[in-house]
Write a protein that binds this ligand. Structure first.
Ligand code: NAP
Ligand code: GDD
Length: 349
């Protein structure tokens, strides 16, 4: 009989890639989605898997809906990917972020404890937990020092996973994933914001990109590879926590330079710094050490920085070209509001 997996947050970047990965492994895949006033399945549609997923309405704010999702799907494995995942927004909605990203994880663990404690659980923990540390690279032993409401909420989730593992013998694991990107990344994140803007500028649809902290450095990997590590973590004999990263760090400025070079343009002619995109606190540098994952899971990243930027810019270029020809296809950018129109408390100059 095929294994059954329940993915919370199947409509997000990682949820879509993970669902595809698990379907290809022969799993029966169930995914939770939130009821919204407009449909939000473009990622699943663009990967051609929308009709191969069993969708269940559930919200991490509503514990009974998670219990219900478990009872309907009867999973062997749960991947808890749902979250308010944008660090910038966590400064705008700190309480909501705590409810969803922090307490939401506890609701999933409680549902497992009550419905079936034998279910294996993957928790989407994050390199954001490290905050501004003095120790680089960061491995599983480096202490956390969160500097955003998002990271504080994720820290709560991280510890509840360990508590339920040790206290109730639940097979619950943290994947401490460093940033991972793709053409399915949300438009508010810096990499996709840049790849989308570069494509529009190259095609003459736009002529400027406004950006915040160019000096921030991140360890950026390729999302389709990272979802495999989630699955590997749940296939081990014992539950454990793993860092997943490329062990390379690059600045936002380097990402910008490389993205413009893909379309043979000089980035400095099109980039305007706007302090409204700065955060009250930001992380200067993240650099991961995924040796434990390499040794124990046999996982290693293949796509590195230059290739990642090229993949993203070329895909956004292709989409805008198709759009200009009048084609209709699953995509988010054509009706995305310009960020310059969005007023926020913490992002004001
Ligand atoms: P994403 O694209 O923002 O997807 C987040 C998912 O969570 C979406 O499906 C979203 O649904 C869902 N969601 C949000 N609020 C919810 C709620 N109240 N109840 C149920 N579902 C809710 O994020 P991602 O990049 O795929 O990341 C997946 C997970 O990994 C997140 O937990 C993120 O914090 C974590 N993480 C990401 C990275 C990274 O670099 N991508 C690195 C480390 C950890 P809607 O589509 O309805 O909004
Ligand atoms: N979003 C955004 N927009 N970020 C900008 C901008 C801008 O205009 N200008 C500069 N940046 C900087 C941010 O200040 C941050 O230092 C860096 O670019 C990366 O920002 P994001 O792409 O928003 O990602 P993040 O690192 O804050 O968070 C992502 O990675 C985490 C893992 O470390 C998210 O995916 C989190 O959910 C994830 O946990």
């Amino acid at each position: 009989m095929s294994k059954r997996a329940l993915i919370t947050g199947v409509t997000g970047q990682d949820g879509a890639y993970l669902a595809k990965f698990l379907i290809e492994k022969g799993y029966e895949v169930f995914g939770t989605y939130r009821r919204l006033s407009s449909p939000n399945f473009w990622r699943l549609q663009s990967l051609n898997i929308a009709d191969r997923i069993n969708l269940i309405p559930a919200d991490l704010l509503d514990g009974t809906s998670i219990v219900e999702a478990m009872e309907i799907s009867k999973p062997d494995e749960i991947y808890n990917l749902a979250a308010q995942s944008f660090v910038g927004a966590s400064f705008e909605q700190p309480i909501g972020t705590g409810e969803i990203t922090g307490l939401g994880t506890m609701r999933v663990l409680e549902a497992i404890r009550q419905v079936n404690p034998k279910v294996r659980m993957y928790q989407a923990s994050t390199s954001e937990l490290y905050g501004n540390v003095n120790q680089s690279p960061q491995n599983e032993d480096v202490p956390f020092h969160p500097v955003s409401p998002y990271a504080a909420a994720k820290l709560y989730g991280y510890w509840t996973v360990k508590i339920y593992r040790e206290g109730y013998n639940i097979f619950a694991c943290n994947g401490i994933l460093f940033n991972h990107e793709s053409p399915l990344r949300g438009l508010e994140f810096v990499t996709r914001k840049i790849s989308n803007a570069v494509a529009k500028i190259a095609l003459g649809i736009d002529n400027i990109i406004e950006i915040g902290n160019l000096d921030a450095k991140r360890d950026w990997g390729y999302a389709p590879e990272y979802v495999e590590s989630m699955w590997l973590i749940l296939q081990q004999d014992k539950p454990d926590d793993f860092v997943i990263a490329t062990n390379e760090s690059h600045s936002v400025k380097e990402f910008m330079e490389k993205a413009f070079s893909v379309v043979n343009l000089d980035w400095q002619k099109y980039v305007k710094i706007n302090k409204k995109y700065n955060r009250p606190l930001d992380i200067n540098l993240l650099l991961g050490d995924a040796s434990k994952a390499k040794n124990k899971l046999g996982w290693e990243p293949k796509v590195k920085f230059d290739q990642l930027v090229e993949i993203m810019v070329k895909e956004d270029l292709l989409r805008w070209e198709r759009f200009k020809k009048g084609e209709h296809f699953p995509w988010d950018a054509s009706n995305y509001m310009s960020e310059t129109k969005i007023l926020t408390r913490s992002l004001k100059t």
